[in-house]
Design a protein around this ligand. Structure first.
Ligand code: C5P
Length: 244
């Protein structure tokens, strides 16, 4: 199959596995089809950054899904280290506020200049999808519905220099309306029709996510747990091809 680079750059594959060996297997098998590999806290806290070195060696891009939230100076220093590790994407919580986000950009700029790398994509997490309106209003005492609050935090993230946000497909349109089309949206919770839903309550298909304005799609078990991973990936390519 010829690989459409416009689709490849949209595919973010979640490396949600237990061991470095399993991660390397996935990366080797799928690197031609994947724009960015996502390393999350579960994998990183078990295995550290060994897989980062592997990806750098073979020229694969990676997203460190680290969700920083701390005082601005600490986030700045952590951002410098993340860029030095070779990450092309990383993220932080918009709830850390404008100063924290701006300091992260400063740290990333300094480290990128130091190692001669491109500026990374920095994404803000707005409201975790595990937090519903009840938790938002009654536990956290935030008196807004989640869609409005997501839009507010996305605008703050944009004004603080973020490349975009991590958001559910249901929020993508609203974020683009508020922040403009150039402000990027990365969407997890993607399931093609033929794939098992797993624990995702309201998954969106790849085609629907693209139609809603998603710039990047996080693909996890739809591919990684498929009987034939390459076949699953090709079906996702076919589906996206129809809508771009
Ligand atoms: O469910 P799936 O295997 O596709 O998940 C892929 C990745 O997306 C996982 O790393 C998960 O943490 C992340 N994610 C998610 N739903 C959210 C936010 C993040 O599945 N609402």
């Amino acid at each position: 199959m010829t690989i459409n680079p416009k689709i490849k750059e949209k595919i973010v594959l979640a490396l949600d596995v237990d061991t470095v060996r399993q991660a390397k297997e996935l990366i080797t098998e799928l690197k031609d089809y994947v724009g960015v590999f996502k390393v999350g806290l579960q994998f990183y806290t078990a295995n550290g950054g060994e897989v980062f070195e592997f990806m750098k060696d073979i020229g694969a891009k990676f997203f460190f899904d680290v969700k920083l939230l701390d005082i601005p100076n600490t986030v700045k220093k952590a951002s410098e280290n993340i860029v030095r590790s070779g990450a092309s994407f990383y993220n932080l919580h918009a709830l850390g506020g404008a100063e924290m986000m701006r300091q992260s950009v400063e740290g990333a700029q300094a480290a990128a200049a130091e190692i001669g790398a491109q500026m990374p994509v920095i994404l803000a997490v707005t409201v975790l999808t595990s937090i519903n309106d009840d938790v938002l209003n009654n536990q956290l005492k935030i008196p807004f519905n989640s869609l409005d609050y997501v839009a507010t935090l996305a605008k703050l993230a944009k004004d603080s220099g973020m490349t975009g946000v991590v958001a559910s497909v249901n929020e993508a349109k609203r974020i683009k309306e508020v922040c403009g089309n150039d402000f990027k949206v990365l969407c997890p919770g993607i399931r093609p029709e033929w794939s098992v839903k797993g624990d995702q309550k309201r998954p969106a298909t790849p085609a629907y996510a693209i139609e809603q304005g998603a710039d990047w799609l996080v693909i996890g078990r739809a591919v990684t747990a498929a009987e034939n991973r390459l076949d699953a990936m090709k079906k996702i390519y076919d589906e996206i091809e129809k809508v771009i």
